[in-house]
Design a protein around this ligand. Structure first.
Ligand code: ADP
Ligand code: ZN
Length: 740
């Protein structure tokens, strides 16, 4: 237990404590505890800050250094359980690892300010005892009109209802309801209860597990309650990893511990939620960026009070104030979307492992294509590996072959090779479905003027505008800028001589429709599927065979199970290999493997065709030969040779601002003062590949360090000693994944 920091009764002496505020501050401030208040570490408190009040968290004893006479008093202690000690340690850890400001990290855990106070009571209604439901009139001889009758009908089950809900249910106006209350036909009661979150039932029957699945489930379940451990659950797509980790979740819930499941946001589908509900009898508590405010607020509180037993969400679910966390599962642990690139720059997968370590509980990392970082930890015996080598129920992994695009003859402005087109016809003729994968949204990634060669680019970024023909707009995928296509060229002012260059999914669909006018196509991208409900409807249409060919981006690569889908065609398998990203090969392998995993998931075997100009590339060879482990070993050797992660450490420093001169000055000064020492080198500054985003100029420096070097210490002394002016911002990205 934390020691209480309250004032000793009967003494006039007041205590001071430090209070951390969710603001961009690097340390907590000291405050006095007035004698009538009692606080402990973690207490949520209100304090004066300049002319206003702010809410913060008691972080520990006073830091001192300020004249005690000048300290101000805590104004109030909020009626909430204190922030758990291991979350406070975690906040400290994340801040020191990522070099983010302590208060900024705290803010991630207090992302719902409204959740800090209880709900205001809301007037609710129920039928007054004086009402005779058999009678044609209400108390006081008021006539029972249809509208009034409907109000009574909506309340006959005895549940008190809020005015708005009652109006909606009965179809009667709020005025009718108020008048009935005035007449004494309805009782008004003030309800403050939150909608409760459902309690998962771990003892409902789960799937009957295969031998390999049971063995893995038993091991994971035995870990729960047995301290810190990290397990890689390594299984091919469709091997039942979800069913297996569900058993570990059941064990944690039986032990009354809380559980987090982190999924890449786009994998958080109705499908996963439905499976959870079938196994545990309730919908899980979800956490992601577009949750409505009322739900965020309720879920945040349910987590703090320990009522939410399982939270499934995107990376920010890691930052909630769990009262008694006992297990974290990271599904698709290799997914790059666990890395947050803005604000506090952190990798939720890595931080989840730290959270497990601090809280002394197990962490499960699940993947069919684990990251080299994780595999290396298995090799070094820091993580355990459990393997599920086979697809469930004898479903076979698909056959993967390359289509050598150097040997195919394609018409101009077409992307579907004759070989892939043939395979599509065969598949659909056999009553099966196909999927065409192209990881590019919109119609065309580049539009140029045929008269002068001008490329349409974003006014705020060094990036081309992407044509979205379905929306009839040009969009910047970096800043969200969007405008209707211009009528004349902004450069030479010649009218409509624009040419679309390259394909996006919309253009591919246009070509496919022209080639196969009898087939039914649908596009699946973040432009056509916005909400879980859209995805669910699309899954239903696939299941009902209302679609022959699905054309989509990476959002269809994850989690979906289409039993009749037997052909996956990858339009541009080389797409991810270009560019200087150190993980380009690894990521391309992971993505194409995952897309391939959509084929042949049920009885009928699947096949995958990769259109590529470099069929001899190690990534293509590994996919075709099914040699994942060989590929990882080759990758590991190459990274070792160049001292790249996970065998060396990287940090990126990004200097940005609107004033290009000021940005250059700061970046150059950083470059000049770069530390010179053994085992550390600094590259740059250089303009970032996207050198302007949202009007901000960007320069990058890259720090490479030997693994045993404390890179944070070096950066703190070097970068933070720099004075920045002129609106320039320096951000540090430890373990960068994004090099743009
Ligand atoms: P993964 O997460 O490894 O891709 P899933 O857990 O999604 O695999 O399982 C793939 C499919 O097989 C799902 O439809 C799942 O319901 C089914 N499945 C897996 N194991 C079992 C089992 N033991 N009993 C019944 N169905 C199973
Ligand atoms: Zn832009």
């Amino acid at each position: 237990m934390d020691p209480t920091l309250s004032t000793r009764p009967g003494t006039a002496q007041t205590t001071a404590v430090s209070v951390l505020l969710p603001l961009p501050l690097i340390a907590p401030y000291d405050y006095l505890v007035p004698s009538d208040l009692s606080v402990e570490p973690g207490s949520y408190v209100e304090v004066p800050l300049g002319p206003r009040q702010a809410t913060g968290v008691v972080w520990g004893s006073a830091r001192g250094g300020v004249n005690p006479e000048k300290l101000r008093e805590i104004s109030a202690v909020l009626d909430l359980p204190p922030m758990p000690a291991n979350l406070r340690r975690f906040v400290d850890w994340v801040a020191s690892y990522t070099l983010a400001r302590l208060g900024t990290v705290l803010r991630m855990t207090m992302s719902v300010p409204k959740a800090l106070s209880p709900l205001k009571p809301v007037t609710s209604y129920r039928i007054a005892s004086a009402v005779d439901l058999e009678s044609e009139s209400l108390p006081g001889g008021v006539r029972l009109t249809d509208a009034r009758r409907r109000v009574l009908n909506a309340l006959t089950d005895g549940t008190p209802r809020k005015g708005a809900d009652l109006a909606r249910l009965s179809g009667s106006s709020p005025a009718v309801i108020r008048a009935m209350a005035d007449a004494g036909a309805l009782d008004q009661i003030a309800l403050t209860e939150e909608d409760p979150v459902g309690l998962p039932d771990p003892d409902l029957p789960g799937a009957v597990l295969s031998e390999a699945q049971s063995a893995a489930a038993a091991t994971l379940s035995a870990d729960v309650g047995a301290g810190y451990s990290v397990t890689l659950l390594d299984g091919v797509t469709g091997s039942g990893k979800t069913e297996v980790y569900f058993e570990a979740i059941a064990t944690a819930i039986r032990a009354d511990r809380q559980v987090i499941v982190l999924l890449p946001e786009i994998a958080l589908t109705a499908d996963w939620l439905g499976r959870f509900e079938r196994r545990f009898g309730v919908r899980p508590v979800v956490w992601h960026s577009d949750l409505p405010m009322s739900e965020r607020r309720r879920n945040w509180r349910a987590v703090l009070y320990g009522e939410a037993k399982l939270v499934v969400g995107a990376r920010s679910a890691l930052m909630l104030p769990y009262r008694d966390l006992g297990l974290i599962v990271i599904d698709e642990e290799h997914d790059p979307s666990f890395k947050q690139d803005e604000g506090v720059i952190y990798n939720a997968r890595d931080m989840a492992v730290v959270r497990g370590h601090i809280g002394d509980f197990p962490v499960i990392l699940a993947s069919a294509t684990p990251s080299l970082e994780t595999v290396d930890n298995v090799w070094r015996e820091r993580y355990r590996r459990l393997s599920l080598p086979e697809r469930f129920a004898g479903a076979r992994l698909p056959d993967i072959a390359a289509i050598d695009m150097r040997e195919e003859t394609l018409d101009r402005q077409s992307w579907l090779s004759p070989a892939l087109a043939r395979a599509m016809s065969e598949t659909v003729a056999a009553g099966e479905q196909a999927m065409l994968f192209l990881n590019r949204r919109g119609y065309a990634p580049l539009t140029l003027c045929r008269a002068c060669g001008h490329r349409l680019n974003c006014p705020q970024c060094t990036a081309w505008l992407v044509e979205h023909r379905l929306l009839d707009r040009l969009q910047c995928h970096h800043c969200g800028y969007s405008a209707p296509p211009p009528l004349t060229c902004p450069s030479c002012e010649v009218e409509s001589r624009f040419a679309a260059c390259g394909p996006g999914v919309e253009r591919l669909a246009e070509e496919a429709r022209a080639k196969f006018p009898d087939l039914r196509f649908e596009i699946m991208s973040s432009d056509t599927v916005h909400k879980p409900a859209d995805a669910l409807a699309l899954v239903r249409r696939m299941e009902n065979l209302e679609i022959d060919v699905l054309i989509g981006t990476q959002i269809m690569a994850k989690g979906f199970h289409f039993p009749a889908l037997t052909l996956v065609g990858v339009i541009d398998a080389d797409l991810g290999l270009a560019g200087g990203d150190l993980r380009a090969a690894e990521r391309t392998y992971q993505l194409l493997h995952q897309v391939s995993g959509r084929a042949g998931r049920a009885e009928r075997p699947g096949r995958v065709l990769l259109q590529t100009f470099q069929p001899e590339h190690p990534v293509m060879q590994a996919l075709i030969g099914g040699d994942r482990d060989g590929f990882i070993k080759t990758e590991a050797t190459a990274r070792k040779q160049h001292n790249m992660p996970p065998y060396g450490r990287l940090a990126a420093i990004i200097v940005s601002g609107r004033n290009e001169r000021a940005v250059d000055d700061t970046a150059n000064a950083l470059g000049r003062s770069a530390p010179r020492r053994d085992g550390l080198s600094v590259l740059g500054p250089a303009p970032a590949p996207i050198s302007v985003i949202r009007g901000r100029h960007r320069r990058r420096l890259l720090v490479r360090a030997r693994k045993d070097l404390n890179i944070q210490d070096v950066l703190r002394r070097w970068v933070y000693s720099h004075k920045v002016t002129g609106g320039v911002r320096i951000s540090v990205d430890i373990d960068p994944y994004n090099f743009m």
